[in-house]
Design a protein around this ligand. Structure first.
Ligand code: XUL
Ligand code: CO
Length: 439
């Protein structure tokens, strides 16, 4: 097999003092941190769409990066070349997982039957390459937002025919996921939402989306698949309002429709910030509901109001993310999928590697610092002490769930005036974070 990324060596860990751009400074795959190898905590994945398909085109100009990989884009030869490129890329970075949409794998035909035949060919080829390679499928998904038939959604479409096309794509993408031993399957409802309520029956659309998800679960479970379904919340873009607004909304939806046993959240950093939350907030909401499944690792730009999908470099953010993930017990079927792309001016093959090195090092450093914060213990101790009053007396009774409103009222009336609660000490706690980071 001819080398595609000529001149790019296997990326090795060289340590924080290294000035070699093509080396990891913090990601040391087999180093044990908090009882597990770094690679097993982080479970990095490559996204087929950004890494092997997207060229940097935006609404003002064409792509700048060449992702031809020696073949003519739009052909099956190119689809196969992308598989070779993807496996070489993962090998060189030591990445074990990948994720894809159905139509990232193949050029989409006008006729879905032909698209499906193409998917079969590429999936067979991926299955062959995967054997003995140590590479695994983190999750698969169906792109139900790009094709013009999805103008008004897939499961939320006003057309039952379009609804069936969505089902056909999900079925095929699930077949591919199952065949490749995938650990997960993601629903990101890009166009499941509305532009205006003037032409939308929200209740009908939500019911229909839930029916489609139920059909998908029944199909996959019927095939014996034990993997995790994920919802990837996002508040807007492309739609003005998307139904899976954030983790809290998506979890409520899953519970309402009885889908919560089969689904977890796939939290994307840039989606959380678009929803007006921190990345950490959506991870916490997922975790406390037993719904923290997987992560789309990227970061946004707070000065821009859209999904920029940048490679994560903000170590405060990656640290808080890893703090939440460690506290939740780590990933099981999920991992850190780089749903991230190079900036348009970073158009070379080398830039593709530099983006991943940046993101992998940022999360490795985040893991190290999150572990240090947990070991330091002062933050956890503070939070525990904040609620210590609930371990005795009336506090204990409240937590037992047995206190009546009269009892609670009597307690207050007896006191006449409570003591001020202790200081929140936010600034002190923030200074601990800086001390652990830089001390
Ligand atoms: C879009 C997005 C998607 C999903 C998969 O914002 O994040 O790429 O991750 O459909
Ligand atoms: Co994503």
């Amino acid at each position: 097999m001819a080398e595609i990324f000529n001149g790019i060596p296997k990326i090795k860990y060289e340590g924080a003092k290294s000035k070699n751009p093509l080396a990891f400074k913090y990601y040391d795959a087999n180093k044990v941190v908090a009882g597990k190898k770094m690679k097993d905590h982080l479970r990095f994945a490559m996204a087929w769409w950004h890494n092997l398909s997207a060229t940097g085109a935006d609404m003002f100009g064409p792509g700048t990066a060449c992702k031809a990989f020696g073949a003519e884009p739009g052909t099956m030869e190119h689809a196969m070349a992308k598989v070779d490129a993807g496996f070489e890329f993962m090998d060189k970075l030591g990445i074990e997982f990948f994720c894809f949409h159905d139509v990232d794998l193949v050029p989409e035909s006008e006729d879905i039957n032909e698209t499906n035949e193409r998917i079969d060919q590429v999936v067979d080829y991926i299955a062959k390459k995967k054997k003995g390679s140590g590479k695994k499928l983190l999750w698969g998904t169906a792109n139900m937002f790009s094709n013009p038939r999805y103008i008004s959604g897939a499961g939320s479409s006003g057309s039952p025919d379009v609804y069936c096309f969505a089902a056909a794509q999900i079925k095929k993408a699930l077949d591919a996921t199952i065949k490749l031993g995938g650990a997960g399957y993601t629903f990101w409802g890009g166009r499941e939402g509305y532009e205006t309520l003037i032409n939308t029956d929200v209740k009908f659309e939500l019911d229909n989306i839930a029916r489609l998800m139920r059909a998908a679960v029944d199909y996959a479970r019927g095939k014996g698949w034990k993997g995790t379904f994920y919802i990837e919340p996002k508040p807007k873009e492309p739609m003005k309002h998307q139904y899976d607004f954030d983790a809290a909304t998506a979890i409520g939806f899953l519970r309402q429709y009885g889908l919560d046993k089969d689904f977890k959240m796939n939290i994307e950093a840039n989606h959380a910030t678009l929803a007006g939350h921190t990345f950490r907030h959506d991870l916490r909401i997922s975790a406390i509901n037993g719904m923290l499944g997987s992560v789309d690792a990227n970061q946004g730009d707070l000065l821009l109001g859209w999904d920029t999908d940048e490679f994560p470099y903000d170590v405060y953010e990656t640290t808080w993310a890893m703090y939440e993930i460690l506290k939740a017990g780590g990933f099981t079927t999920g991992g850190l999928n780089f749903d991230a792309k190079n900036r348009r001016p970073s158009y070379t093959y080398e830039d593709m590697f530099l983006g991943f090195i940046l993101g992998m090092d940022a999360f490795a450093l985040g893991l190290i610092k999150a572990n240090a914060l947990i070991k330091d213990g002062r933050i956890d101790k503070f939070v525990e002490e904040k609620y210590a009053g609930y371990k005795k007396g009336i506090g204990k009774k409240i937590v037992s769930g047995k206190a009546t409103l009269e009892e609670l009222s009597d307690h207050a009336l007896k006191l006449g005036k409570p003591d001020m609660p202790p200081s929140g000490k936010q600034e002190y706690l923030e200074s601990i974070v800086n001390q652990v980071f830089f001390g």
